[in-house]
Design a protein around this ligand. Structure first.
Ligand code: DAT
Ligand code: MG
Length: 138
C-alpha cells in the first residue's frame, strides 16, 4: 500500500470560491501536501487525463467541464492515502455522499462534483506524474 494520492479541486469548486475550504478539510483530515499547482487543462489534456472513461456517455461533458476553468492539482501524503482520501471526498454523486464529506458539502451534481481523488495506488502515481515533474514534489 502506497501513502500517496492525487487530487484536483475541479472548476466548479474553484469558481464557487471553495479552494480554501477544501484545502482546510484536506489538512484537517491529516493529509500533507507533497506538490500543488493552480492551472487549467486544455480539452485535449482533460481527454488524456480521463482516457479510461472515453467510451462512457459522459466523456464529452466531463472533458469539457474539466477544461472549462482553472483547477488545483495536488499530490497528497498520508498512511492509506488512496482509500482515506476516497472516504473524505464521498460518493461520486453528491446526493449519495455521506455527511461531512467534501462532495456532500461542495459538489453540485454528479458531473460537477468539486474534487477528484485517485481510485488506486497505480492511478495515483500515473495521475501525479501527469501533472508534476520530479523537481516539483518533495
Ligand atoms: P470518481 O470521480 O468518483 O472517481 P468516476 O471515476 O466514476 O468517479 O467518474 C469520473 C468523473 O466523471 C466523475 O467525478 C464525474 C464524471 N461522471 C461520472 N459518472 C457520471 C455520470 N453518470 N454523469 C455525468 N458525469 C459523470
Ligand atoms: Mg474515478
Amino acid at each position: 500500500m502506497s501513502n500517496r494520492s492525487f487530487t484536483m479541486i475541479k472548476p466548479d469548486a474553484v469558481r464557487n470560491g471553495n479552494i480554501g475550504n477544501i484545502l482546510q478539510m484536506i489538512n484537517a483530515a491529516g493529509f500533507r501536501i507533497v506538490a500543488m499547482k493552480y492551472t487549467q487543462l486544455s480539452l485535449a489534456q482533460a481527454g488524456q487525463f480521463y482516457e479510461v472513461h472515453k467510451e462512457r456517455p459522459f466523456y464529452g461533458e466531463l472533458t469539457e467541464f474539466m477544461s472549462s476553468g482553472p483547477i488545483v492539482a495536488a499530490i497528497l501524503e498520508k498512511d492509506n492515502a488512496v482509500a482515506d482520501f476516497r472516504t473524505l471526498i464521498g460518493a461520486t454523486n453528491p446526493a449519495q455522499a455521506e455527511e461531512g464529506t467534501i462532495r456532500k458539502k461542495y459538489a453540485t451534481s454528479i458531473g460537477e462534483n468539486a474534487v477528484h481523488g485517485s481510485d488506486s495506488d497505480e492511478n495515483a502515481k500515473i495521475e501525479g506524474d501527469f501533472f508534476f515533474s520530479g523537481l516539483e514534489r518533495f
